[in-house]
Write a protein that binds this ligand. Structure first.
Ligand code: NDP
Length: 487
């Protein structure tokens, strides 16, 4: 047990609360308490808002180029500290260091870099109206709130702060209470880079602190990443003073493998889209539809590679490629789904149980699990599991598989494997999902907008449109002609 305590980060520094209230943060690979974190009590909440007001006054008065220069310095520092930050993410999340080392911080830094480059190029418009004219300005919204999930803590903080800050806003960010450190490290990096105090504050706590952010009248916009049910609550609270909302929610995404697909590539995609980050990725293709003509070949290769190429164990070991699930509670939830799959008649191809590897015997590990011969009405095929559990289903007909793939309330992502380019595009255009891949799965560069259809979300992250969503348009009409007044 560690006696180290992490404070909230407000106005450029770690700030102690007055209530003394704190919670434990547990390493998912050992189930040991690694540090305590102080809750954002009323004192912290009040300071965070005051500080954000001051931060906004300073930051929004700077030019976009000045802000960009500072943000690019932060990007440089993030890249310099990659290894140290990756290790922090591994201890908090349980994910393998081989992933965190090359994905979490890098893709976070990429997004800040992208928006820092984009913001100075953002233009207003001008249009004549007779002799008069109007012009528009893209102005920042003000104080925004970010609420993050636990699977990519630092990356989510970067994805929300990058566009928000580049557009001249300030952000109060609440990381998940399970993984609070990454956001604080990002806050320190911002300060060191020259971002003024109050522009990026971090507040800690569970749902109540999130709810406070979603109801506070000074906050103009909330960007949320998490479960559909929590997203609904956030929207309801945000409606109290008509805040703008962006919602990045859950998924149950289909991957469709046609008979002309390169099978080895399709198996790679299915494994990446189910076992990367031990299955705790929102875009995962947890419903893998495989054409009957290649079904046997597909599952044989899948079984062989799942059983031979996956190393479960201490996530800090660079050879390990499947880490620990975030908590004991979540491990149980995933194992309960696996039991349900067995009871409802799916065939277990491999896995299906907890694992206690010798390098980390007390961690929350679940073996990479594949169910085959699944039916669309099974609970494991319908609900997001958020663990290393893949469901394979057979199909024969193109229009039938499209209908089956779309038969869900969620619509985050989708993938198609086929060498027939007409078919690949035709099918993907008919899938109700916001993030789609053809002959690929999971890549999410800063330039590409990402977000869900249906219950999987509202709004987008990344890409040009996200910068726009962190601005409001002011129209200014300029009279050049005499006012025509009846009075
Ligand atoms: P949760 O919805 O449980 O939590 C998300 C965040 O919301 C946490 O910081 C949580 O705090 C906070 N929160 C909880 N209750 C409230 C409330 N009433 N008001 C405001 N905030 C609240 O999601 P998980 O952390 O369990 O993350 C997993 C989910 O996130 C999955 O469904 C996954 O698909 C989705 N996700 C979506 C992504 C996307 O881009 N579409 C990306 C990553 C994940 P605390 O945890 O401290 O209680």
């Amino acid at each position: 047990m560690s006696d180290h305590t992490l404070f909230n980060f407000v106005h450029g520094e770690l700030l102690e609360n007055t209530s003394g209230q704190s919670f434990d943060v547990i390493n998912p690979a050992t189930n040991e308490v690694i540090y305590k974190t102080q809750v954002a009590d009323e004192f912290i909440q009040q300071k965070a808002i005051e500080s954000a007001r001051q931060g906004f006054a300073t930051w929004s008065a700077m030019t976009a180029v000045e802000r960009s220069r500072v943000l690019l310095k932060a990007v440089e520092l993030l890249r310099e500290r990659n290894d140290e930050l990756a290790k922090i993410e591994v201890l908090d999340t349980g994910k393998p260091i081989q992933e965190a080392d090359c994905v979490d911080i890098e893709t976070g830094a990429d997004v800040i870099e992208y928006f820092a480059g984009l913001a100075p190029a953002q233009l207003g418009s001008q249009q004549p109206v007779g002799e008069d004219f109007f012009y528009t300005r893209k102005e920042p919204i003000g104080i925004c709130a970010g609420i993050g999930a636990w699977n990519y803590p630092l990356q989510i903080a970067c994805w929300k702060s990058g566009p928000a800050l580049a557009a001249g806003n300030v952000l109060i960010f609440k990381p998940s209470e399970e993984t609070p450190r990454g956001a604080v490290e990002l806050a320190k990096v911002f300060i060191e880079a020259g971002v003024p105090p109050g522009v990026f504050n971090v507040v800690h706590g569970a749902g109540e602190v999130g709810q406070w952010l979603t109801t506070h009248p000074a906050i103009e916009k909330v960007s949320f990443t998490g479960e559909v049910g929590t997203g609904q609550k956030v929207m309801q609270s945000a409606a109290s003073n008509l805040k703008e909302v962006t919602m990045e929610l859950g998924g149950k995404s289909p991957l469709i493998v046609f008979e002309d697909a390169e099978i080895t590539e399709a198996v790679s995609a299915a494994m990446l889209g189910n076992f990367y980050t031990q299955g705790e990725v929102c875009t995962n293709c947890t419903r893998v539809y495989v054409h009957k003509a290649v079904y046997e070949e597909f599952i044989q290769e899948l079984k062989q590679r799942t059983e031979n190429n996956i190393i479960v164990g201490d996530p800090l070991d660079p050879k390990v490629n499947l880490g620990a699930l975030i908590s004991k509670k979540h491990q149980k939830l995933v194992l309960d789904y696996i039991e349900m799959g067995k009871q409802q008649g799916a065939t277990l191809l491999t896995g299906g149980h907890a694992v206690s590897p010798s390098s980390a015997p007390d961690g929350n590990f679940v073996a990479p699990t594949v169910f085959i011969d699944c039916r669309d009405d099974m609970t494991i095929v319908k609900e997001e599991i958020f663990g290393p559990v893949m469901c394979v289903l057979a199909f024969e007909d193109e229009s039938d598989v499209i209908a089956r793939a779309n038969n869900t309330e969620l619509g985050l992502a989708a993938g198609v494997f086929s060498q027939n380019i007409k078919r690949a595009h035709r099918v993907i255009h008919q899938l109700n999902a916001g993030i789609c891949w053809i002959n690929s799965y999971g890549n999410s560069p800063a330039e590409m907008p990402v977000g869900g259809y249906k219950r999987s979300g509202i709004g987008r992250e990344n890409g040009v449109e996200t910068l726009n969503s962190y601005t409001q348009t002011k129209s200014i009409y300029v009279g050049m002609s005499q006012i025509d007044s009846p009075f």
